[in-house]
Design a protein around this ligand. Structure first.
Ligand code: ADP
Length: 265
């Protein structure tokens, strides 16, 4: 099993699409890697795999080794700088054309998720972050079944649930928390993304979509609240320019307002 040497597995979930689940996954991965941990990202959002685009490595291809797929490196470890290696695996790397749509029935998706869990050569890594599709679909069920059957005690650290303040008002994100409860997956906590907009001129934070819904929901479900991330126009600008924004370590965990840094700073 290719996950044998992975120390911690963290699932990143969201009730709806577009709330910033993949963005939070990449920022969490970068934060952990900048803190010196070795990290892998497994993108099982089969119908909308966006991790390769978020790292600006869509044209990379996965190498096939005798024992399985070799994940695509985002950067290698730099022990002198205290940075851990970061690599990722996504269906996006396997599609012939970037815009190719995946129209698969449940059994094919299930088979692909199982293959991703068993055939990727992660090696010894500290964290594997699994970016899942929005909602609770076939992919989630096969993921939970396979992981809970094969993981060793303590390996599945749990789930981080991403929401926006207004998405909390819908039932979708609560379904996500109920899914974790039913399958016995521990919820590490909730992240409230796009929580307010910090004016670049006066630094005042305007709560465009209201604020605090994620925290209230975390209290209601008795799970942790990890923090808020404001809407940051620079984040989108950097992504569009093919440069992944690297936020300071601990941003998501501490939930403070922050300014972006560019890769390589
Ligand atoms: P999901 O994975 O939930 O579908 P994405 O991570 O792909 O969502 O984000 C959707 C869009 O919102 C992307 O264009 C992304 O750049 C943007 N985005 C996400 N979080 C923020 C943020 N805090 N500030 C500004 N833009 C954001």
């Amino acid at each position: 099993m290719s996950l044998d040497k992975v120390k911690h597995i963290v699932l990143v979930l969201s009730g709806k699409g577009g709330v910033g689940k993949s963005s939070v996954t990449t920022q969490l991965a970068l934060s952990l890697s900048l803190a010196g941990h070795s990290v892998g990202i497994l993108d099982i959002d089969l119908t909308g795999p966006s991790i390769p685009r978020l790292f600006g490595i869509e044209s990379s291809r996965v190498q096939q080794a005798p024992g399985g797929w070799v994940p695509v490196p985002v950067h290698s470890a730099s022990p002198e700088a205290g940075i851990g290696a970061l690599s990722c695996m996504s269906l996006g790397f396997l599609l012939r054309e970037r815009g190719d749509a995946v129209v698969w029935r449940g059994p094919k998706k299930t088979a692909m998720v199982r293959q991703f869990l068993s055939d990727v050569l992660w090696g010894e890594i500290d964290y594997l972050l699994i970016d899942t599709p929005p909602g609770t679909s076939d992919e989630h069920i096969s993921l939970a079944e396979t992981l809970l059957k094969t993981a060793y005690p303590g390996q599945v650290a749990g789930a981080v649930v991403v929401t926006t303040p207004q998405a909390v008002a819908t039932a979708d994100v609560k379904k996500e928390l109920n899914f974790c409860k039913k399958t016995g997956i521990y919820v590490i906590g909730v992240v409230e993304n796009m929580s307010g907009f910090v004016c670049p001129n006066c630094s005042e934070c305007t709560d465009i979509f209201s604020r605090g819904g994620g925290e209230a929901m975390a209290i209601e479900f008795e799970v942790g609240f990890l923090g808020r991330i404001p809407i940051d126009p620079q984040f989108v600008m950097l992504l569009e320019a093919g440069r992944t924004p690297v936020y300071p370590v601990g941003t998501v965990i501490n939930g403070e307002n922050f300014g972006p840094r560019e890769s390589g700073d």
